[in-house]
Write a protein that binds this ligand. Structure first.
Ligand code: ADP
Length: 232
C-alpha cells in the first residue's frame, strides 16, 4: 500500500503540490487526471524519490526513499530515459542484476515478446524509435515485479498493439495484487480499466472518486473531469 500524506512541493513561489494526500490500495488501478501543470508529474516524481518534498510518503509503511521501499516501486517516466550504450537485451540484464533477480528469464522473454522487442535485442537504446524506447522502458520497470507501479502518460507514443498489451498487463498486474497509479490526459484510453480516480488542479487534489460511485450516478469519467477542472 502506498500512502501519501500532506505532500507539498514548491518551486520558488509556485506550489507544484499543495497538501496532497491519498492512498493506493493493493490490487487497484488509480487514474491520476488533471490539466497540464496540475501537479501530476510532481506527485509521481516525489513518490519515486526523485524530489525533495514536505510531507510523508510510505510504501508498506517504509520510507519511500529507503532501499526496501524502492524495491517495491516501479516507474515508467513520461519520457523514456535509456542507456545509449546498452542494447535492449543488456538493459534487461542490467535491471535483473541491479535488483539481484534470480528467476526472471521467463518473465523477461514474455515482456519482450508482448512489446515486440525480441527482434531488437541487439539494438542500442539510442537506435530505437520513441515508441520502442517507451516499450523497453515499460519492460525494464516491470521486470522486478514491483508492487506499486507509477506510469506517467504511458500511452503517449505507443502503437495500438502496444496500447492493447499495456491495458491487458494493467489488468493482470491488478489481479496479481499490484497497485497502479496511471497519470494520463487520454481519458478514453483508461475508461474501462480504472477503479479509482484522483483529479488534480493547481497542485491540489480536487476529487477522489471510485468508479462504482460514478457508475451509480450514471456519469462518465470525462463528465467528472470537466465538471471539476472547469470550475472557477
Ligand atoms: P503536470 O504533470 O500535471 O503537467 P507538473 O507536476 O509537471 O504538472 O507541474 C506542476 C507545476 O510545477 C507547474 O506549474 C510547473 O510549471 C511547475 N514545475 C514542475 N517542474 C518544475 C521545475 N523543475 N521547475 C520549476 N517549476 C516546475
Amino acid at each position: 500500500m502506498l500512502k501519501v500524506e500532506h505532500l507539498t512541493k514548491k518551486y520558488g513561489k509556485v506550489f507544484a503540490n499543495r497538501d496532497v494526500s491519498f492512498e493506493l490500495p493493493d490490487g487497484s488501478i488509480t487514474v491520476l487526471l488533471g490539466p497540464n501543470g496540475a501537479g501530476k508529474s510532481t506527485v509521481i516524481k516525489s513518490v519515486i524519490g526523485f524530489l525533495k518534498y514536505d510531507g510523508i510518503i510510505t510504501v508498506n509503511g517504509l520510507y519511500n526513499k529507503s532501499v526496501e521501499a524502492k524495491r517495491l516501486l516501479g516507474y515508467v517516466p513520461e519520457l523514456p530515459s535509456l542507456y545509449p550504450n546498452l542494447t535492449v537485451g543488456e538493459h534487461m540484464e542490467f535491471i535483473a542484476r541491479a535488483y539481484r533477480l534470480s528467476d526472471y528469464r521467463e518473465y523477461k522473454q514474455e515482456l519482450l515478446e508482448r512489446f515486440e522487442l525480441t527482434d531488437k535485442l541487439k539494438k542500442f537504446g539510442d537506435e530505437l524509435s520513441k515508441g520502442m524506447q517507451q516499450k523497453l522502458s515499460i519492460c525494464c520497470a516491470l521486470l522486478p515485479r514491483p508492487q506499486i507501479i507509477l506510469f506517467d502518460e504511458p500511452m503517449v507514443g505507443l502503437d495500438p498493439h502496444a496500447i492493447k498489451e499495456l491495458k491487458s498487463l494493467f489488468i493482470e498486474l491488478r489481479e496479481g495484487g499490484a497497485s497502479l497509479l496511471v497519470s494520463t490526459h487520454m481519458i478514453d484510453s483508461v475508461d474501462m480499466l480504472w477503479d479509482r480516480t484522483i483529479i488534480m488542479k493547481d497542485g491540489e487534489v480536487k476529487a477522489e472518486v471510485a468508479k462504482t460511485d460514478l457508475d451509480q450516478n450514471g456519469a462518465s469519467l470525462e463528465d467528472l473531469f470537466f465538471t471539476i477542472t472547469e470550475e472557477s
